[in-house]
Design a protein around this ligand. Structure first.
Ligand code: SAH
Length: 390
């Protein structure tokens, strides 16, 4: 089997400066950076010297306060608000379905234009709340244990569509800061994982832009230490991820021998274990307080033996690492079974004895198909002939 194609911003898509696509109500500002906002203001005739401050104000209202109506931007002059409202919008993509699990996990199916639907999952825990964000509609990687892998790539999400997932979750959870509230309550969303549909490092530029917006301290303000990007192992992009994005790294490892990993994560044929681990060893920001997470899905009699656990210890030597053991989440027609619980615990024991934190991830939201590897939308990539109409 040939390695999956690299997908960087498919060129047959309309260019919209990374923002969320919108209907005729004017260009959407969600997904724009400060510089993009300055350009918008320049277009509106705002003089050079005022652009920085005006962009700062817009930034605050859009990304810190989450307002959706320019008329609520009270620090901006009324005629300016009116002009903004006539030319631009702050529309979120539409939520087409919300599901709430018995354990409180929420899954939203979000559609930004016809045929482009993706899923976002919110996982509340005792002392934190994690939002799992998608980077692509569908995926090119075809990992054999992952349901998303059965959906062909439709397209990369724009920076705006990535940021909008967080904004929608804050809208739905009523999680925008209330300025002037005497007791600033804890945020519902404290952490982000780029672990939804798609491979974020195959949508590098949009992911980078979106995470720079999300982590900006004057806006949504989720620190890079609380953002984890998970990759199946796109080795050439891993150093750039460290240098240019600077978030925590997670690697979907899942196997310790190339023969097995070739099967589970076909990308391994292109970037085998030795290359992947070398990239991790060199990861710019990794240290003992910023460990790399290795995700390892526990598949019965495929990768769950104790000799696999020992080999994992050997492979991780020298890497500031922790291991996340993920009980396999089943989906209809999946060719695997979850490893026995006792086996998972014994596997964890080997890792812990070697000094690696190795929590077993509690499956969340399985009843609504929101757990790891259970995300899929009905979107399909239109045939090439249909894509070029108009
Ligand atoms: N493409 C990226 C981002 C997706 S993250 C990556 O592969 O890392 C989704 C995580 O869930 C990955 O670690 C993936 O390997 C894991 N996963 C996929 N299917 C799963 C399943 N059925 N059960 C448990 N984990 C699964």
């Amino acid at each position: 089997m040939t390695a999956p194609p690299q997908v960087h911003n498919p060129t047959d898509l309309p260019h919209n400066n990374g923002a969320v696509p919108t209907k005729p109500r004017g260009q959407n500002l969600i997904g724009l950076t400060r510089d993009d906002l300055k350009a918008v203001l320049a277009d509106m005739g705002v003089p050079d010297r005022a652009q920085h401050m005006r962009a700062q104000q817009l930034w605050h209202w859009i990304y810190h306060r989450g307002v959706r109506d320019f008329h609520h931007m009270t620090t901006i002059a009324k005629d300016m608000r009116q002009a903004l409202a006539e030319l631009y919008c702050l529309e979120r993509p539409e939520i087409v379905r919300t599901e709430i699990s018995q354990d409180g996990t929420r899954k939203w199916l979000i559609q930004s234009e016809p045929g482009v639907a993706f899923e976002t999952v919110y996982i509340p825990e005792e002392n934190r709340g994690t939002l799992c964000i998608s980077s692509q509609v569908g995926c090119t990687l075809n990992c054999t244990f992952c349901l998303t892998g059965t959906q062909r790539l439709v397209r990369n999400l724009s920076a705006g569509e990535i940021v909008a997932q967080l904004m929608i979750a804050r809208d739905e959870l009523d999680d925008w800061p209330v300025i002037g509230a005497s007791n600033e309550r804890d945020r519902a969303i404290t952490n982000i994982v780029m672990m939804g549909m798609g491979e974020p490092l195959y949508n590098f530029d949009n992911t980078k832009k979106a995470l720079s917006i999300v982590s900006d301290g004057d806006g949504i303000s989720i620190s890079k230490r609380r953002i984890t990007l998970s990759t199946a192992g796109v080795v050439p992009e891993i150093p750039r991820c460290g240098h240019e994005i600077g978030v925590m790294l997670a690697i979907s490892l899942h196997a310790v021998r190339d023969e097995v990993r070739d099967e589970l994560v076909p990308l391994n044929k292109k970037y085998p274990l030795a290359d992947l681990l070398a990239a991790c060893r060199a990861y710019p920001t990794a240290n003992n307080s910023k460990r790399i997470t290795f995700e390892y899905v526990m598949l019965k009699q495929v990768n769950d033996s104790l000799s696999d656990a020992k080999e994992l210890v050997r492979l991780l030597k020298g890497i500031p690492a922790k291991v996340n053991l993920i009980p396999f989440n089943p989906w209809p027609g999946a060719p695997y079974q979850c490893a026995e619980w006792q086996q998972i615990e014994a596997f964890a024991q080997v890792l812990m004895k070697a000094g690696y934190a190795s929590p077993i991830r509690t499956p969340r939201g399985r009843d609504i198909m929101a757990a790891c590897g259970q995300l899929k939308s009905d979107s399909v990539r239109p045939r090439a002939s249909a894509r070029h109409i108009g």
